[in-house]
Design a protein around this ligand. Structure first.
Ligand code: UDP
Length: 494
């Protein structure tokens, strides 16, 4: 019998945001928090997803829900339990919603039976906990099929989709057909971009963009020395004399050290501390195109023989992300490609699996890597939003990213980063990275603007306000007679 598990969330005070949003912003945030607290009094704000570690949703939810609890709303996080077959089907759906065929496997009656069975088991446990009038936010395709059971017990069900495709195709249609029976009963849907909203949900959709927690271990300030020390301990940068301790501060305020190493495929030595690094941090997923990054870097080096830069492709340890069964295959494909490179080029590429045993330690390593990077790249072929881009921008790093999906909402070409129009354009990618490696003034200017964008648009305080507005919209929809559901997409929440 499969059961969801609860991840306990400690309340976090909203007052963290005061210095970032100023007095007027603080008053507005408090008003929204009060409104949500009154609205949700006596009810629970459930969030259900499919993994507690790895990927954007698992990154975002716990921190955001901590602030929701800090606002006095009983937010709780449940992670469903799946089987390898279930996660193969849901990864297929994930690809399809991105407009890609994934492994090309069918999405027919057998897959539906498998999907429904796993969710039926999980629903049984959830139904003991969820009470009439509670609000349940179900995240992504893995949880969509829970909607009917939760609606039947009187919960208000919101389905939040973190992925999508700007130009829907037959794959996207296939995914919607598969998800339709589950989603027919959802009261409201939430998407990250207006372009992702399919016509069938346009009368009950709101747009909420993701956010990062600027106070999380992943984003806390680190001096360049400490970043280098963390990377040296991990094996990602060579040791240098006089390095301080590889320390970070845990979310509960307790100081800690990074002690685990990364599992790194490389030839020879770690990069010297002053070697400019081109860095992509992502799950090992073909849509993140790690092989394309490697090819683009090879082109960069071929085109600019005197250039001194190395590439780090980093992702979580491959067995650590429960709902992502493709990691090992993707990493193997990149490694195979790396083996084919000429010796001199291979020496300049590092494929790193970061330790995931302690998620705060992992976050500290990612933080150090993003801060130490000369250029952060995100060469995705599709991207729901791209929190890795947001994280790098917060750290004022110059970013080169593909102009796909939610990346386009964040990066304005030439203003706060560089966009590569066609994600498969290796020459364009190499040229953009070259520009930023060689023009430090431009890199600094873009980085400063990037930081400012995140401060104003992509922090938890904006997201919390969106939650309050979402509850309003949900209540308005619930009060409207069904025949009156003619409204258009409410794009105003972000
Ligand atoms: N991430 C991490 N450790 C890793 C690789 C990735 O913590 O080894 C995090 C990364 O910092 C980001 C999230 O996983 O917060 C990925 O979110 P994104 O929106 O970029 O992509 P997704 O994985 O959701 O497609």
């Amino acid at each position: 019998m499969l059961k969801p598990s609860e991840v306990h969330i400690r309340a976090e005070s909203l007052s963290h945001f005061l210095p970032v949003i100023g007095e007027a912003g603080w008053r507005a945030l408090q008003a929204h928090a009060e409104q949500a607290r009154v609205r949700m009094a006596g009810h629970t704000f459930w969030h259900v997803n499919s993994t507690a570690r790895g990927g954007g949703v698992a990154e975002m939810l716990p921190r955001l829900l901590a602030y929701v609890r800090g606002a006095g709303v009983d937010a709780r996080w449940m992670v469903l339990e799946g089987t390898p077959d279930f996660f193969r089907v849901t990864k297929r759906l994930h690809h399809a919603l991105h407009g890609s065929p994934g492994d090309g496997s069918p999405l027919g009656a057998t897959e539906r039976a498998l999907y429904d069975e796993v969710l039926r088991d999980n629903a049984e446990e959830l139904l003991v906990l969820v009470q009439p009038g509670d609000v349940a936010v179900l995240h992504d395709p893995q949880t969509a099929g829970l909607a009917p059971a939760l609606v039947a017990v009187g919960a208000i069900v919101v389905w939040r989709c973190h992925i999508g495709c700007d130009t829907p195709n037959a794959e996207v249609a296939r995914a919607w057909e598969f998800l339709a029976p589950g989603l027919a009963s959802a009261h409201l849907t939430v998407f990250s971009r207006a372009a992702y909203v399919p016509p069938q949900f346009s009368d009950r959709a709101v747009i909420i963009q993701p956010s990062i927690d600027i106070f999380a271990v992943k984003n806390q300030p680190l001096t360049p020395d400490v970043s280098r020390a963390i990377l040296a301990r991990t094996g990602l940068v060579a040791e240098s004399p006089g390095t301080p301790a590889p320390v970070f501060t845990r979310i509960d305020g307790v100081p800690a050290r990074v002690s685990r190493g990364a599992d790194i495929v490389r030839l020879g030595r770690a990069p010297a501390p002053d070697t400019p690094l081109v860095v992509q941090v992502s799950r090992w997923d073909p849509l993140k195109d790690p092989s394309g990054v490697l090819r683009g870097f090879a082109q960069l080096v071929r085109d600019n023989p005197g250039l001194r830069a190395e590439l780090v492709l980093a992702g979580p340890a491959v067995t650590s992300v429960a709902d992502d069964p493709e990691a090992a295959t993707t990493l193997n494909a990149v490694t195979a490609l790396w083996r084919q490179l000429p010796h001199a080029l291979r020496q300049r590429v590092h494929l790193a699996c970061l330790p995931m045993a302690d998620l705060e330690e992992n976050a500290a390593i990612v933080n150090a890597l993003q801060r130490h990077a000369a250029v952060v790249v995100q060469k995705s072929l599709q991207e729901g939003f791209g929190l890795t881009v947001t994280e790098a921008m917060w750290k004022a790093r110059p970013v080169v990213a593909s102009a796909v999906g939610g990346i386009q909402d964040q990066v304005e070409h030439g203003v706060n980063g560089l966009l590569v129009r066609d994600p498969r354009d290796l020459a364009g990618f190499a040229a953009a990275v070259h520009t930023l490696l060689c023009d430090s003034d431009l890199a600094a200017r873009l980085g400063a603007r990037a930081h400012e964008l995140v401060r104003t648009r992509y922090t938890g305080s904006r997201h919390l306000t969106d939650f309050a507005l979402m509850l309003d919209r949900m209540d308005a929809l619930l009060e409207r007679p069904a025949l009156d559901f003619q409204g258009e997409v409410q794009a105003g929440v972000h």
